[in-house]
Design a protein around this ligand. Structure first.
Ligand code: 3PG
Length: 387
């Protein structure tokens, strides 16, 4: 793949696709991790004297129409504060000519307001490509989407390359997945086996140990013949869980934290995994299990972490996730965390600086781990092969 860092961008019109799809509430950005992750790329392009145009989607608006709720205005404002320079938002950028001076940066309004974006419309992609001399794909979080601003534009831009954020993400994932330092451990948490099936399958082929957590773990406990009460559990997937347990070592909790109701103020009751009653809901792993897993994680050569092991939004059910977070932080191995909730846990337990790599991808992270081709990366490879 051609890299942005190998190109001379001075004076060039540089169109950068970022994933600035961040949570916004009452017109303010509430978590700016993705914006901060894009800063080094943007700063570098600015410093090299490029005319920088940044594009992104935000949310899932009805396509083809402007909707204030999904405007990138709060993102442009936030970016302006971080870069400490004005960041104009260009609203009607496909149909109204605009100029960007050398060493200046503008944000183009939500790409999903353009009809044809999601279906990777060729005419739309060509119009985007005509805006630039160099297209930089830097949105790892959207690289699993073949859309006009991630894939189509890369077909037609005079030059298409990977930005530093995308390149770093791909390198980190390759380090963790292609030639992992052993032992390799993965944590797959979350509520349902069904939504993580492909990830579990892919990781069971590569890992030395696979830790399951959250609702996912309950299906494995049921498969091992343990009582799960009224916990979230996919009984129809018990055979799948059994097959996975035959392929890879999947340590199951010996103690669990249960509650009678699912609520912020629910009482947390610690139990042996054999004593779960009919009206119990398993909401976290217990301290003995957490300690055992933490010891293993500290010795791991590689850790891939996706998903919490308990309902950590409620403090009394967050101790398991906290213990594993701290073990990952202490581990000397290469650790990578990715996927929606995981980053919230990383933030909550303050371990961001101790994780080797934090991915900006949710769905894209999972698809990469599953071994799927990311279309927005594949097109960059094709372009590089042609040149
Ligand atoms: C994400 O948040 O996972 C990415 O920004 C992709 O968003 P999408 O699922 O709406 O395409």
């Amino acid at each position: 793949i051609q890299k942005m860092t190998d190109l001379d961008l001075a004076g060039k019109r540089v169109l950068i696709r970022e994933d600035l799809n961040v949570p916004v509430k009452d017109g303010k950005v509430t978590s700016d991790a993705r914006i901060r992750a894009a800063l080094p790329t943007l700063e570098r392009a600015l410093k090299s004297g490029a005319r920088v145009m940044v594009m992104s989607h935000l949310g899932r608006p009805a396509e083809g129409e402007f909707d204030e709720k999904y405007s990138l205005a709060p993102v442009a404002e936030h970016l302006s504060a971080l870069l400490q320079r004005p960041v104009p938002l260009i609203r009607n950028w496909l149909h109204t000519p605009f100029e960007v001076a050398e060493g200046d940066l503008v944000v183009l309004e939500n790409v999903r307001f353009n009809s044809g974006e999601k279906k990777d419309d060729e005419a739309l992609a060509k119009t985007m490509a005509a805006l630039c001399d160099v297209f930089v794909m830097d949105a790892f979080g959207t690289a699993h989407r073949a859309q006009a601003s991630t894939h189509g534009v890369a077909r037609f831009a005079p030059i298409a390359c990977a930005g530093p954020l995308l390149a770093n993400e791909l390198d980190a994932l390759a380090t963790a997945l292609d030639a992992p330092a052993r032992p390799m451990m993965a944590i797959v948490g979350g509520s349902k086996v069904s939504t993580k099936l492909e990830v579990l399958n892919a990781l069971s082929e590569k890992c030395d140990q696979l830790i399951v957590g959250g609702g996912i773990a309950n299906t494995f406990l049921a498969a091992a013949g343990k009582p799960v009460g009224k916990s979230l559990c996919e009984h129809d997937l018990i055979p799948v869980a059994k097959a996975l347990m035959e392929k890879v070592s999947i340590p199951l909790p010996v103690d669990v934290v249960v509650a009678k109701t699912f609520a912020e103020d629910a009482e947390a009751i610690l139990k042996s995994v054999d004593d779960v009653e009919e009206d119990d809901m398993i909401l976290d792993i217990g301290p003995v299990s957490a300690q055992q897993l933490a010891e293993q994680l500290k010795k791991a050569g590689t850790v891939i972490w996706n998903g919490p092991v308990g309902v950590f939004e409620f403090d009394q059910f967050g101790e398991g996730t906290r213990a594993l977070s701290l073990a990952i932080a202490e581990s000397q191995g290469f650790s990578i965390a990715g996927g929606g909730d995981t980053l919230a846990a990383v933030d909550k337990y303050g371990i961001a600086d101790q994780v080797s790599y934090i991915s900006t991808g949710g769905g894209a992270f999972l698809e990469f781990v599953e071994g799927k081709v990311l279309p927005a990366v594949a097109i960059l490879e094709q372009r590089a092969a042609q040149s």
